[in-house]
Design a protein around this ligand. Structure first.
Ligand code: COA
Length: 149
């Protein structure tokens, strides 16, 4: 697997994963907008294994604004889950934040999303704030942060 930046041609594949991953997926227009923003970056994890070679296994979108890296979206294709895709994407984002001298990484996650919370904790993110009913009745958001050194 390797990491590269997404282009417009990749968006159908990204959208497939988005729809398989979220009840309220981003639209094609949302992803197109991200590609047009100078402070936004959409990276892909691409498989280099046999028949899957060239397939998009996952993606991550971040904003780098005012010295902070905001993780807006991350997903792995269900076929590739639990195979290190999320880890590779997060490792790339953390390394980039260090290189770009960001001081903080920040993200929001559903409290019920134990898989994602576990992934973020592995990178040292800490749960800082709870936003009650942020995603609707009974769906709280957790704000997680990582101080970048
Ligand atoms: C969260 C997500 C991106 C993880 O991607 P992944 O490629 O499966 O993750 P990895 O294989 O790199 O696993 C890394 C860690 O994540 C956690 N994790 C991933 N899947 C898990 C599961 N089913 N149960 C518990 N922990 C899990 C574990 O801590 C795991 O480390 P471990 O394998 O050493 O236990 C993936 O589950 C996904 O796309 N979910 C749907 C979209 C989503 O919820 N995105 C996050 C929005 S905030």
């Amino acid at each position: 697997m390797y990491i590269r930046d997404a282009t417009y041609n990749d968006l159908p594949g990204v959208l497939d994963i988005e729809r398989l991953s979220f009840a309220q997926p981003w639209s094609l227009a949302s992803f197109r907008r991200e590609l047009s923003l100078s402070f936004s970056r959409l990276i892909l994890a691409v498989s280099d294994e046999g028949n899957d070679g060239g397939r998009i296994a996952g993606y991550l979108c971040r904003w780098l604004v005012a010295g902070e890296s905001h993780i807006l979206n991350i997903a792995a294709h269900p076929d590739f889950r639990r195979r290190g895709v999320g880890t590779a994407l997060m490792a790339h984002a953390v390394a980039e934040a260090q290189t770009r001298k960001a001081t903080l990484m920040i993200l929001e996650v559903r409290r019920s999303n134990l898989e994602a919370r576990s992934l973020y904790r592995k990178f040292g993110f800490e749960e800082r704030r709870l936003r009650r009913n942020y995603y609707g009745p009974g769906e709280d958001a957790l704000v997680m942060e990582l101080l970048v050194d």
